[in-house]
Ligand binder design. Structure first.
Ligand code: F0G
Length: 435
């Protein structure tokens, strides 16, 4: 037994225990990934819910103002306020949009707006924990491979902690907005001739051989932070478990984190039944969906291609943990074509909320599952929108402005001469279309 509150890392595969300060992200005996293990909080059920709920209104210290550290007993219990590197992050809205629900064929749908995090994606929730840990162990530098959001987030948190950051991104496959953020926050940015899977292989080797601290989602501290997306949305629902939580799936860190969060929430009596997870991939990058169709008999890898660059991943690193998440929640994995992802995005955007293409996969997935009768019309559904609308304005403008013929929901901007008559003519046609 470890002392109360002391965290260790434990191999998912063979149970080997490593100290919390160990920087290896893989078990040397069996190659398994590591998870954090800590003593569960003394409180359970409604008492624990009250602890978390009281912090919502207090908000006077780190543990209360961050939507990650509010749940610190289930994130990293033995950390002190002084050690925490926080923006703060989390506290993202959960909103209902009737138009989105109608498009999905559902009575209602709640959207968890993770794009409202400080760098515009859910990655900040894991990064506050990983960079806190890097800083606690005085890591010389932090590093990651990324399709753009992880790199932007790591760059920002490393800047906050005063740590050098190294990021590896696939050249030409990262949206300009994300690349711009990463550069602006000050990370040393390497444009790799290869895809995301190549970048991840390379950075894992660099972490092993060159001693930089790896901040990808195989890092158990990242997963611990990302669990709070689920904890926070459960709290926003008054701790009433929804029927479904739908999320986009790429490298499968989030699918792993969501399963872990639900397992703990159930074990600790925060919720009284298990929601089902629906992990949604883009059809051109769907190795996990292929494995699901074969009841996970085989692990697949593909050469990934999709407009949703954030989830353009062919060899997901957190495969085993994600399989566990799907099995334990009686979940499903599906894939949706790019055209449906873009249409879902146009619907979400036009509802006034907005998200990046990869995030819209969750809404496209909710519709596909409703059409197949897997999700029932009256089910309580939460779809996680993982990244902000401005993360990828190239694809957005291509859809609305440049695609021929115009896609179903295209909102073409109009070029006019600088006179009032031209504005008047446009208004007249707009009124006719409204009628
Ligand atoms: N949505 C967005 C906006 C993402 O950026 C990512 C992953 C995902 C969904 C998928 O999450 O990998 O945990 O299954 N982005 C990573 C990155 C790979 O480098 O930013 P996942």
């Amino acid at each position: 037994m470890t002392a109360r509150g002391a965290t260790v890392q434990i191999c998912d595969g063979c149970g080997t225990v490593l100290s919390a300060r160990d920087t290896r992200t893989q078990c040397e005996k069996c190659g398994g990934l590591l998870s954090l293990r800590y003593d569960p909080p003394a409180e359970r059920g409604s008492t624990l819910r009250k602890v978390f709920d009281a912090r919502l209104t207090a908000r006077s210290n780190v543990g209360e103002s961050s939507g990650v550290w509010r749940f610190r007993e289930l994130v990293l219990p033995d950390v002190t306020d002084e050690e925490i590197v926080t923006q703060p992050e989390g506290n993202t809205p959960l909103v209902r949009r009737e138009r989105v629900a109608a498009w999905c064929g559902l009575n209602s749908i709640s959207l968890k707006l993770e794009g409202a995090n400080p760098t515009g994606s859910f990655k900040d929730r894991g990064m506050t924990v990983a960079v806190t840990q890097a800083s606690r162990i005085s890591a010389p530098a932090v590093a990651c491979a990324s399709t753009g959001n992880t790199s932007a987030s790591l760059a920002a948190y490393a800047a906050l902690a005063g740590l050098p950051a190294l990021v590896l991104v696939p050249i030409g496959q990262v949206s300009l907005g994300k690349l711009a953020q990463t550069i602006a926050y000050g990370a040393r940015t390497l444009l790799v001739h290869g895809d995301f899977d190549d970048c991840l292989r390379l950075v894992r080797a660099a972490a092993d051989k060159l001693g930089v601290y790896l901040a990808n989602s195989i890092n158990p501290y990242r997963i611990a932070g990302q669990k709070t997306i689920v904890l926070e949305l459960l709290q926003q629902l008054g701790w009433q478990a929804p029927d479904w939580i739908v999320l986009p799936a790429g490298n499968l860190g989030n699918t792993a984190a969501f399963g872990a969060a639900l397992r703990e929430a159930r074990e600790l009596g925060l919720i009284d039944r298990m929601p089902r997870l629906a992990a949604v991939q883009a059809s051109g990058a769907a190795p996990f969906a292929a494995s699901f169709r074969e009841n996970f008999r085989q692990r697949h890898t593909v050469h990934a291609a999709t407009v949703a660059t954030a989830i353009r991943i062919g060899d997901p690193a957190s495969y085993d943990r994600a399989v566990r998440s799907i099995r334990e929640t009686n979940g499903v994995v599906i894939d949706v074509p790019d055209a449906e992802i873009l249409e879902a995005k146009a619907v979400v955007d036009a509802s006034g909320v907005g998200c990046e293409p990869a995030s819209a996969a969750s809404v496209a997935g909710a519709r596909a599952l409703a059409a197949r009768g897997v999700i029932r019309r009256e089910d309580m559904v939460v779809a996680v929108l993982t990244g902000h609308i401005l993360k990828d304005s190239d694809i957005l403008l291509k859809y609305h402005r440049d695609t021929e013929p115009p896609p179903p929901l295209a909102n073409r901007p109009l070029e006019i001469d600088a006179d009032l008559g031209a504005v008047e003519r446009v208004l007249a046609t707009a009124r006719q279309t409204d009628r």
